[in-house]
Design a protein around this ligand. Structure first.
Ligand code: NAP
Ligand code: MG
Length: 457
């Protein structure tokens, strides 16, 4: 059996060695998930809801333990990690109401009664990346379980600890064995097997666009359902009529949260030309105040990157790049052990620059001026991605016009919020296919069945 050493990104110390699951164990887990499917699907809706509420309560009882595990495994700040564990609790509680509200329709037809049902798909797989191990897992497994599916979850190889613990907590809450199984293993082994196994009916994937495209290509062989949450290169558009102090104060954490390892990070700041210098002055001051350091310290705002490899990738965009990258200013980061990288602001010279086009997934932002509303929209949309974005203006009409014109799934005005469990989340263009969270997420884990009952016989 192969193993993976989990490394603490802030200290480079080995936390624990994990046995990695192979194809054979994946197939066994699929078989168990198939076997217990009818039992789970057949539970009275109120009972399935009650079990999910109990799961939510058990997560709440272990909130601090889960949060500390994430600080150790992923280098997340303790404040973020608590929010992340709380998000799993909340998403479970939100979807615990779904089994009793999985409404179909009654449609007027001649000669009988026509009704629709939302049937579970069967076995659903969830593939999670290392950047938000807990929330992204919950966005998949909570609605999938609520809709009556059995679930297999593969955490990222780098960050399996919280997912494994959630698997144990599910059992503790009374979720029957085999209904929700966590399989720590490699993407190329366990993840691939989810895609090729005929009894796995859906792959709910979050990660890189390249891997997502490969999954969709292979899923076509079995017409397997996919939800893909992929990368982003989101714009933060600052108009000259905005509250410039507020826009500048909020800009640092809009791309530094989770050390920039966030698909919603606002990594392209577009500033109207006539306020560019005024914005940059305020932005630089705000950047100086960001506290980068020990993720276990309550006051820390940004911790290390997840791995040495990710730090090399980020460096490759700035220091070791083929193109000349003009660094405007930098924040500070600890020296010594740990995968630290300082917050970095760059000034791309063209929208074609790699730092402006590619998802860096680190604490690096580009800033560029624009002339007017049309130019702002054109520049914001000049990207393969379309996940999120922000618009800073005091003009309500402009806020609505620009929100409608930016090709992205999640926009915020005078704010950088992207994710709320009660509202839909997902991307346009290369940022993915499908939506998670909110009232409609259950559609992604069910098939509509139409039944006509004759009243004439
Ligand atoms: P990735 O390779 O796409 O990994 C995401 C998940 O997919 C992991 O669980 C991974 O397992 C699994 N996986 C990898 N290859 C697979 C395959 N062939 N079939 C099925 N599953 C597979 O992403 P990454 O390498 O961790 O990160 C690379 C870049 O992707 C980042 O720098 C960032 O730009 C982007 N990214 C975006 C998001 C997002 O939230 N949208 C999240 C993470 C990364 P292993 O861990 O075992 O490889
Ligand atoms: Mg990868």
């Amino acid at each position: 059996m192969s193993t993976h050493d989990v490394i603490n990104p802030a200290t480079e110390e080995t936390v624990r060695s994990i046995d990695l699951v192979g194809v054979e164990e994946t197939d066994e887990a699929v078989a168990r998930a198939v076997e217990v499917g009818p039992q789970w699907r057949g539970l009275a809706p109120a009972d399935r809801g009650r079990l999910l509420r109990r799961f939510s309560a058990v997560v709440d009882d272990h909130l601090e333990e889960l949060a500390l595990l994430e600080v150790e495994n992923a280098g997340h700040t303790i404040g973020n990690a608590r929010w992340e564990a709380g998000n799993v609790r909340d998403v479970l509680a939100y979807y615990s109401a779904a089994p009793e509200r999985l409404f179909g329709k009654q449609i007027p037809v001649a000669g009988g009664l026509d009704v629709t049902f939302k049937e579970p798909l069967g076995v659903v797989s969830v593939i999670v990346p290392w950047n938000f191990p807990m929330p992204i897992a919950g966005w998949g497994f909570a609605p999938a379980l609520a809709a009556g599916n059995t679930v297999l979850l593969k955490p990222a190889e780098l960050t399996p600890l919280t997912a494994m613990r959630l698997g144990e907590l599910a059992l503790e809450a009374g979720i029957p064995e085999g209904v929700f199984t966590v399989l720590p293993g490699k993407g190329s082994v366990v993840g691939e097997r989810f895609v090729t196994h005929p009894d796995v009916r859906k792959v709910c994937f979050t990660g890189s666009t390249a891997v997502g495209q490969g999954i969709m290509r292979k899923a076509a062989d079995q017409l397997k359902r996919v939800t893909l949450e992929l990368g982003g290169k989101s714009a933060n558009i600052v108009f000259d009529d905005s509250d410039l102090d507020a826009a500048a104060a909020a800009a640092p954490m809009s791309f530094l949260d989770n050390a920039g390892q966030d698909c919603c990070a606002r990594t392209r700041i577009l500033v109207q030309r006539n306020v560019f210098d005024a914005f940059m002055e305020r932005f630089e001051a705000a950047m100086r105040d960001v506290r980068v350091g020990d993720p276990g310290d309550e006051a820390t705002q940004m911790g290390p990157l997840v791995s040495a490899g990710q730090r090399e990738t980020v460096r490759g965009f700035v220091e070791n790049s083929d193109e000349t990258v003009d660094v405007a200013f930098r924040g500070s980061a600890p020296e010594g052990d740990g995968y630290w990288y300082p917050p970095t602001v760059v000034l791309p010279t063209s929208t074609k620059d790699r730092v402006w086009q590619d998802e860096i997934f680190g604490p690096v932002v580009g800033v560029m001026p624009f002339d007017d509303e049309a130019d702002a929209i054109a520049k914001a949309n000049d990207t393969a991605y379309g996940l999120s974005g922000s618009i800073w203006t005091r003009d309500v009409g402009r806020a609505i016009r620009v929100s409608r014109a930016v090709e992205a799934g999640n926009l915020s005005v005078n704010s950088h919020s992207s994710v709320r469990y009660s509202t839909p989340f997902g991307g346009f263009k290369a940022s993915g296919i499908g939506r998670e969270l909110g009232p409609d997420a259950l559609d992604a884990f069910t098939e509509v069945k139409n039944v006509f009952i004759s009243t004439d016989n």
